[in-house]
Design a protein around this ligand. Sequence first.
Ligand code: WTA
Length: 635
Amino acid sequence: MSNYHIKNLEEYYQIYRKSVRNPENFWEEVAEEHFIWRKRWDKVLSWDFTKPEIKWFEGAKLNITENCIDRHLRIRGDKTAILFEPNSHKDKAEHITYMQLYHRVNKFSNVLKDEGIKKGDRVCIYLPMIPELAVSVLACARIGAIHSVVFAGFSSTALSTRINDSDCKMVITSDGSYRGSKTIDLKGIVDEALERCPSIETSLVVKRINSEIFMKEGRDKWLEPLLENADSECEPEIMDAEDPLFILYTSGSTGKPKGMVHTTAGYMIYSAYTFKNVFQYRENDIYWCTADIGWITGHSYIVYGPLANGATSVMFEGVPNYPDFGRFWEIVEKHKVTQFYTAPTAIRALAKEKLEFVENYDLSSLKVLGSVGEPINEEAWHWYNDNIGKKKSPIVDTWWQTETGGIMISPIPFATPTKPTYATLPLPGIQPVLLDENGVEIKENQVDGRLCIKFPWPSIARTIWGNHERYRETYFSAYENQYFTGDGALRDEVGYYRITGRVDDVIIVSGHNLGTAPIEDAVNEHPAVAESAIVGFPHDIKGNALYGYVILKEAGESRVHDNLRKEINQIITEHIGPIAKLDKIQFTSGLPKTRSGKIMRRILRKIACNDTSNLGDTSTLLNPEVVQEIMDNVL
Ligand code: WTA
């Protein structure tokens, strides 16, 4: 029985049981199946969740780009690897074959080397969704440089924090980007960031929008002329299985963003394996994931997973509502997309529009639909299922995290019967458990618990860049010998998991993880602000939106308040990015606090959600009177 293309539930259970009974054997079998190894591993797995230390395929040597590109040249050289669909529907799509990708990546790799980038150096990539983004990611991987892609919607402060955290030597950016009918001055944002980034020696600039930009002598270089002169062959650097492949930052509930470190062999195997199974990928499929490569979904399921399988991966530069809300479906029709993977927030936004936008297009090529990033509510699930999948394409509600590197809990299309709002069953090799607050395993059905994973899988992040202790503390200290996800979940009578949401102070807004503490820090930078607290509340399209409670140093009048709201959001935009703007800002004279001085967020959350029937015990509060004031003035 193959570990791939699981045909029915019975087969799933057989493979699942096999994977749990002997995980080492299971993953070894997967590793032996398709990949090019320059040297075989000595040991499949060694692990200790208390340190924590996890190693997969120790002793093996490989290069991931050989597996994602070179391996396919003989049989798939002329096949499209990346199908680039530009921002404007009037511009032609670009088909980049595996052979062309090979040459582009090799040339880019040589440019990096010529600019002094060596194995182990960190390179920050701050680019829009254009082919150079995928090419530069792969070029770093080819020469063993560690890429750190920063989503190009982040502000200059967020960018400089990330560059400095991992001491990047180079940043790769563009003169600007298109976003629907607008253009964005990316290079300007980079220039601002680099004023605070002493480690950056060079910035390579891709020409995308042909705008006049400032180029700093000695630091900024146009990419095109360098590529023209570069050699088109670059021997791949031979990497150890556990050499870092990339760093990707994710928000924590406190402090600065966490640079999650993923390593080479385990990540490659897991992203490839899950891509093939979860999307039931077949050779001639046209697969499209709408995420940005700035997030883990783009890393694993636009670049590495699909390319490791020799697939055609669509890369879309634009937005769902430009030129109108039919854009996604126009692209599906045009390229005959077979698998479509997007986020609930996009589905909700599209479901709000006229159905004509969908009905104008032929979606009959679709076979599998995917959802990721946040819980998909029942209404959105049905809209997706009825109107896009026409009730014949299974929806894979895939639960996973930046830290997990790949999909962990998901239906397998045509094998696992789907159930709205349930991510359903763990993939082979994944061993979830639900724990109560005291760490006792919950065996009953329909009881909300904390979702943990009790055994390592190949693509678990190995550390937080520069801060292993924070890694231990965040993921392995809450419960002994468990990886703690930070999510709540419950299980139904057949063992299906339903993810109920974060149990920490991370709020998922439009599928983006936002820690409350960094946003509060930004708000508190405003000279008029004394203190603030931010909570989430339900939002029709975004899933959650942010509600800020702000104490001013001096109470102002309402006229002043409106200006202050704008200024506060401006500061947030500068520090983090527009995605973290507050939807509502309530000025208050105090915040409910415990006697030890901790803000009682539970109460603030309930008030913001209009759920004040039972505020729970407020007797331990230092200042219970403030609760009434806040309730009276809720927005
Ligand atoms: C949430 C995205 C419910 C969850 C791949 C997780 C989900 C966080 C789902 C990770 C889902 C992701 N159902 N919740 N199918 N997928 N989440 O790191 O809270 O951007 O912990 O990775 O998103 O977000 P991240």
